[in-house]
Design a protein around this ligand. Structure first.
Ligand SMILES: C[S@@+](CC[C@H](N)C(=O)[O-])C[C@H]1O[C@@H](n2cnc3c(N)ncnc32)[C@H](O)[C@@H]1O
Length: 424
């Protein structure tokens, strides 16, 4: 039998003996000898209270050592895409009482980490599993605190077949890691050479990337909400405009509300609720167990929405004062966010979308209705008022971490489109 096949047979037999096959395959046999975990953690020079993300935490080989290093005041996010591994880690956290470890089930497109929440992104024997690595690490940049670092340990390509079989199969040249991280906006800070089987590199964001990451988003349309924010806003006059037969959204409101797909008990957010055209339609659909959050930034509309909900007996409606950069809703509190004729009013779309992404629970939906904007066809006032068309808005929403599910042709809607997105 060729040597490769013998190795395979032995490997499979050994794997079968493990209680947890995957975990054993990640940790191999005698890992402590070649991995030198204490020396690795020591060389990271973690300060008590720091926050570390262990990306591809697997069975937690490093997670709990990192948790000890940052102490009770610190935090370790054990991030993995494999539900078997996150279930195992959760059990272990509960069993051993690691109060500073949080397990996060990630997807390849979404680490599940909050912005500016991590001092060190740490990843061992995982790099070679990642697709589109420059894009992956670019997307992680906002998750880092201002002086955050990225530590990457991966297998040297010159390891033998048997060894690689046990620790994940592939390997990456350190020069390739450096090139890919450079393309993602990082620079190499230091290299540790004490691991015989793995490369160990530490990176930080390059200065210009750091400046870009921390610079506040500029307004994409300064002053577009000025009339709404004015203390002199005449609500009755706007109610006539928003709730009149000449407005397609008003005429087709029943069809729009039906297309939202609201189930009793859902929590729905009407972002930029205006004069409250949709309040009763949403209130009746969520039923007595559901919730409708009417989010508004214009003070006079906020007062009007509260009075209207009271007057019309809309028991499920709660009016929420939003800001121009945030919908001000609790994390994962919403099943469906409805943004009707409002997206083009977002002055800071990246910030508003980031807050929406936080507010919508994983698997929840975002519906955007906005004007079709076609240069040469759309009227001049629309071309001036609405800053971009469907493709641009769609790309912005996708870049903020939403997936397009479908564009729905709502009967009667000709001037407006209806896009349904999912928050992964
Ligand atoms: C054209 S009105 C649409 C009102 C309502 N959705 C409708 O279709 O009748 C736009 C509304 O969006 C609000 N708005 C603008 N920017 C907002 C933001 N960042 N967050 C929440 N509301 C916003 C404005 O105050 C205004 O009430």
């Amino acid at each position: 039998m060729p040597a490769k096949h013998i190795a395979l047979v032995v490997a499979v037999a050994l794997l079968g003996a493990c209680a947890n096959v995957k975990r054993c395959s990640y940790e191999g046999f005698g890992r402590d000898d070649w991995q030198q975990p204490e020396r690795v953690v020591e060389s990271l020079a973690l300060a008590p209270g720091e926050r570390v993300a262990d990306l591809g935490a697997g069975g937690g080989y490093f997670t709990f050592r990192l948790a000890d290093a940052v102490g009770e005041g610190g935090r370790v996010f054990a991030v993995d895409v494999d539900p078997d591994m996150t279930a195992y880690l959760e059990k272990r956290v509960a069993r051993d009482g690691h109060g500073n470890v949080e397990v996060i089930r990630a997807t390849p497109a979404d680490s599940g980490l909050d912005d500016a929440s991590v001092d060190l992104l740490f990843t061992v024997n995982t790099y070679h599993h990642l697709d589109e690595r420059s894009a992956y690490f670019r997307a992680l940049a906002p998750k880092l605190a201002p002086d955050g670092r990225v530590a990457i340990i991966d297998l040297h390509p010159d390891q033998g077949f048997f060894f690689r079989l046990f620790v994940g199969g592939h390997a990456t040249e350190p020069a390739q890691i450096e090139r890919e991280l450079d393309a993602a906006g990082y620079r190499l800070l230091e290299t540790h050479a004490f691991l015989a089987r793995q490369s160990f590199q530490v990176f930080a964001l390059a200065e210009d990337e750091r400046a870009a990451a921390t610079a506040p988003e500029a307004s994409v349309r300064p002053g577009i909400n000025k009339p709404f924010l004015s203390a002199d806003l005449d609500v009755d006059q706007w109610a006539e405009r928003f709730e009149g037969e000449s407005r397609e959204i008003y005429v087709e409101r029943q069809g729009i509300a039906d297309t939202l797909g609201i189930e009793p008990g859902m929590a729905v957010a009407d972002i930029g609720a205006g004069t409250g055209l949709f309040l009763s339609l949403l209130d009746e659909r969520v039923g007595p167990e559901g919730a409708v959050y009417a989010v508004e930034i214009a003070p006079n509309f906020v007062t009007h929405l509260r009075e209207r909900a009271e007057r019309e007996g809309l028991a499920q409606v709660e009016v929420v004062v939003g800001s121009e950069r945030s919908v001000e809703l609790a994390k994962a509190s919403v099943d469906l966010a409805f943004v009707c004729d409002v997206y083009h009013h977002f002055e800071y779309p990246q910030a508003s979308l980031a807050s929406l992404r936080e507010a919508i629970r994983p698997g929840g939906q975002l519906v955007v209705i906005d004007f079709e904007r076609i240069p040469g066809t759309s009227p001049q006032w629309l071309l001036e008022h609405v800053r971009a068309g469907k493709q641009v808005f769609r790309s912005e929403v996708e870049a903020a971490g939403f997936e397009l599910i479908e564009e729905v042709a709502v009967p009667g809607l000709k001037e407006n489109y209806f896009l349904r997105f999912r928050r992964p």
